[in-house]
Design a protein around this ligand. Sequence first.
Ligand SMILES: *Cc1c(COP(=O)(O)O)cnc(C)c1O
Length: 398
Amino acid sequence: MAKKANKYHGYDITTQAIHTGTDYDLETGAVRRPLHMANSFKLPDDLSQVNYSSTDLLMYARNGNPNQHWLEEKLAALHDADDAIVLASGVAALHALFWTLLKTGDRMVYPNVSYMAVYRMFHELFNRKFNVETVMVDMTDLEAVKQAITPGTKLVHIETPDNPTNGITDIAAIAEIAHRNGAVLSVDNTFASPFNQKPLELGADFVVEAITKYINGHGDAQGGAIISNDLATMDRIRYEAQVNVGSVISPFNAWQIFRGSVTFPLRMERINKSAQKIAEWLESRANVTFVSYPGLSSHPGHVTAAKQMKNGYGGVISFGLNTDDKAVERFCAALKVVTFAVSLGHDESLIFPQPSYDERIQLYPEVFRKGFIRFSVGLEDPHDIINDLDQALQKIGL
Ligand SMILES: *Cc1c(COP(=O)(O)O)cnc(C)c1O
């Protein structure tokens, strides 16, 4: 596919989020483009030029749909990038990228802390099924990273801030090490979002985002995106992973996420501010054992985060309570404003315990192994959120 159109290049991200990818409806003049629920499209009269594995022609839903394409235009613009591919989930986007880039015998390097499905893919699937050499490393330790990324390494994948510990990885430094060894760098940018961080500007080759989270922002649709300036590889991803594996996004989900994305910069601005305030409040509490939030000067990655996160530090706070797993559950269940559920980046605040029996707990820094909670700050009044946390802490005797 050709480079995505970006009529609002150079405009502020708030303006781009409103105007990119939208237009008058050609048939009716409506100021909103329609939701196209169709799984087939009229074919051209002359079929001799049609490539049935291509995404260029609208012909069948798995080859692409108009709502997907308009959302792709917007995501490319939000990252000042040439191209974006939107698929059915964040994990589908991660898989599509890895599936296209890696083959038997290749070596790749991944972080010791990452989204669960990334850990699964490299800890037990790509290595065992396809004999890809997958090397786990602490990405916050640049010396260890230099050892792990050997010449001929195909791919380096990082996540910053990472899920669930909020660790910070230096994107520019890892990009330099990766490129020196002939590897490409992909960055999971879900926690930061393009409002706070644009990895392509820092040297990354591919960005992956779960647009289920901040871009959609309303807890009602699932989607994932790959964003890049490497048009040739992006076309390979469309061919190898979208059309021939099939993880395309439904038009309805693309339509919902497109709608959510309009207000995304405003929501991020509010969430950045509220999360900073709440992180500082948590840090002042006696029975809070640690607060991992990149906006706090106590965070070991704060200086790096300040360098690469331009507008703020996102809405996820990882923190610990000086208590056991059962009391953490009681704390989460006692909240009235904050919702006790997985996921992050919704309008509502969400809380999710990371129990001490989690199979990956030994991979996290020591303090995270007891009373660890992942908290996603929402759009509610920050004082209401603080009061809610306070009353639930009192309820469990902290
Ligand atoms: C949620 C999440 C994903 C996966 O997205 P889904 O839409 O749930 O598949 C990937 N990476 C990170 C960092 C996430 O938080």
